[in-house]
Structure formats: structure tokens, C-alpha cells
Design a protein around this ligand. Structure first.
Ligand code: NAI
Length: 286
């Protein structure tokens, strides 16, 4: 779809990182914003930052793992602006223990990451897409998965990002099947300089304690430290936001702003499947 001033973009996880960068990108092109995040203080800061730059924006605090709160977000967006053209289901979390063994990851990690990373996206689609379709205007849904949603790992982050990528491809086909003016993209960033490794700042106590890295195997701790360094040297979130903007304008389903070594991982996995080869064990890139 052609993005134009006056259209409305809703972004979850908008107070930091990729979500905040997308908000800036849309605002620069005159879109009105509905910024949403679980973190109240940083959300208000993002709102002030954007409105000071001249953006038209509202902020709605919402936890995407709550169906009720996502419904309230959609109600607030429609009551403020009467339409939504771009929906970015972007909020997501991870633990720093990215390579625990399949049989060792705590069930509480599975539950928390499932609720935020998968159900958060599902609730967004269920609450907004019927209203976007009923509105009749062109629209676009961008669901944030990850390169982790295209390569494999036994960690819940990988597993639920795969689910987001599968669900989004299905959504794309469903929208085509009904001849909708709304389309969909999956966003699969590589290593991006954000606060994702501090995501447990938003972990509710109901989903168990935050990761005690010192209690984990030495190699898991080492990988977590290396991963944090790799993110600190990763792409800027603005690079991802520019790719999203371009992807929506050109109706690209796959938006993959990722480092060449990660793109190579995706290719190798695709070739494993194509040639019915056992999974290649990749050489470490970080
Ligand atoms: P970030 O931590 O800087 O931003 C995430 C935002 O989501 C934060 O403002 C946080 O408060 C919010 N959030 C967390 N839980 C929430 C909840 N339950 N409800 C509503 N908001 C919530 O991290 P980043 O990297 O900007 O993350 C954005 C998305 O990008 C996530 O889905 C993440 O998995 C994905 N991603 C990030 C990559 C990276 O290298 N940083 C790579 C691939 C994907």
C-alpha cells in the first residue's frame, strides 16, 4: 500500500528499540501514531519525544499478553482516529539464556514467552484485522518475528518466533483469499541494538523469577555475554524501521534486515529441507 500522511499506525512495544524507531519513521512521513507499551514511564517519554517533533500521537499502556488490554487498545485507537491503516504487532521478550538445552528450559519461560510473543500477536490480529477490513481502506499488518523464526533452536524464543512466522504467512494467504485490501508482512530482524536482552524488566512475577545467569552452565553464560556484545554492535533500530517502511510500500511479505552471516543460516536450513539433508550444525557467528 502507499503510505500517506494522515494514515494511522498502531505499534506495540513502541517505547523502545525497533518499535520506537518505527514510530519515528512513520511520524516522519506524516502518519498519526498510536503508541502502545507495557512500560508506562518510557511510553510517556516516547510520546513526548514524538509530539515535540510535531507528530500526532496518543499513547495507550497495554500488556499484549492480555486479550482484554489489546481489545482496549483497539477501542482507544478507533475512538481517537476512527481508522487504523498500519498495525505493527512488535512487542516481544526474550531471556538472556538463549541456548539452554531442550529439556532444561524452565516451563515458566515457555509460558511467559508464549503469552507475549505469540498470543500478543494473535490478539492484535483478532482485535484489529476485522475492524481494518470493515473500514474498507488499504491496510497492512507487520508482525515482528525474528531470524530466529526462520532458523531453528529448542529455546522458546525460537519456537514462538517460528509460530509468529507461520501464523503471519497464513494470515497473508487468508487476506488474499478474501480479496482484502489489507496485506501482511513478517519482520525478521537479525542482531539489532535494542534492550531486548533486558526484557525481563517486564516479566510479571506470575511467570516465575527472572533468569539467574550465574546458576546456568558456563557456556550458556558465555553465550549470553557474547550475544549482548553482538547486539550492541548490531544494526541500528532505524535501519529496521526503514526496511519496514519500504516493505509495506512494496507489499513485500518477507522483511529481513539481517547480517549476511544470519541470512546464510536461513539459506543453509532451506537447502537442508530441499535436499532432505539432516540439519546442518552451524558454526557460531558470535
Ligand atoms: P526492546 O526491549 O528494546 O523493546 C521491546 C518493547 O516491548 C519494550 O518497550 C517493552 O517494554 C515492550 N514490551 C515487553 N513486553 C510487553 C508486553 N507484554 N506488552 C507490551 N509491550 C511489551 O526490544 P526490541 O529488540 O526493540 O524488540 C522488539 C521486537 O523485535 C521483539 O518482538 C523482539 O523479539 C524482536 N526482535 C529483536 C531483535 C534484536 O536483535 N533486538 C532481533 C529479532 C527480533
Amino acid at each position: 500500500m502507499r503510505l500517506m500522511p494522515g494514515q494511522v499506525a498502531v505499534i506495540t512495544g513502541a517505547a523502545s528499540g525497533i518499535g520506537l524507531a518505527m514510530a519515528h519513521q512513520f511520524a516522519q512521513h506524516g502518519l498519526k501514531l498510536v503508541l502502545s507499551d507495557i512500560e508506562s514511564a518510557s511510553l510517556q517519554k516516547a510520546l513526548a519525544e514524538l509530539t515535540d517533533l510535531g507528530a500526532t500521537a496518543i499513547a495507550v499502556q497495554a500488556d499484549v499478553s492480555s486479550e482484554t488490554q489489546v481489545k482496549a487498545l483497539a477501542d482507544a485507537a478507533y475512538s481517537a482516529y476512527g481508522a487504523v491503516h498500519v498495525l505493527c504487532n512488535n512487542a516481544g521478550v526474550a531471556t538472556p539464556a538463549l541456548r539452554t538445552l531442550a529439556w532444561e528450559t524452565p516451563l515458566s519461560d515457555w509460558e511467559w514467552i508464549h503469552r507475549v510473543n505469540l498470543l500478543g500477536v494473535l490478539y492484535g490480529v483478532r482485535e484489529f484485522v476485522p475492524r481494518m477490513l470493515a473500514g474498507g481502506a488499504p491496510g497492512h499488518v507487520v508482525n515482528t518475528a525474528s531470524v530466529a523464526g526462520l532458523v531453528t533452536g529448542s529455546n522458546p524464543y525460537f519456537v514462538y518466533k517460528h509460530a509468529v512466522s507461520c501464523f503471519t504467512e497464513g494470515l497473508y494467504k487468508d487476506l488474499r483469499a478474501v480479496g482484502a485490501h489489507v496485506s501482511a508482512s513478517v519482520l525478521c530482524p537479525g542482531l539489532i541494538r535494542t534492550r531486548i536482552m533486558e526484557a525481563e524488566r517486564n516479566r510479571p512475577v506470575a511467570f516465575g523469577p527472572s533468569t539467574d545467569l550465574t546458576a546456568l552452565a558456563h557456556d550458556v553464560q558465555t553465550l549470553a555475554a557474547k550475544f549482548k556484545t553482538a547486539l550492541d554492535h548490531g544494526f541500528e533500530p532505524a535501519h529496521v524501521a526503514a526496511a519496514v517502511f519500504d516493505g509495506i510500500q512494496h507489499d513485500h511479505y518477507y522483511i529481513i534486515p539481517a547480517q549476511p552471516a544470519l541470512l546464510e543460516f536461513i539459506d543453509v536450513r532451506m537447502q537442508d529441507i530441499q535436499h532432505r539433508r539432516n540439519p546442518t550444525i552451524p558454526a557460531p557467528v558470535i
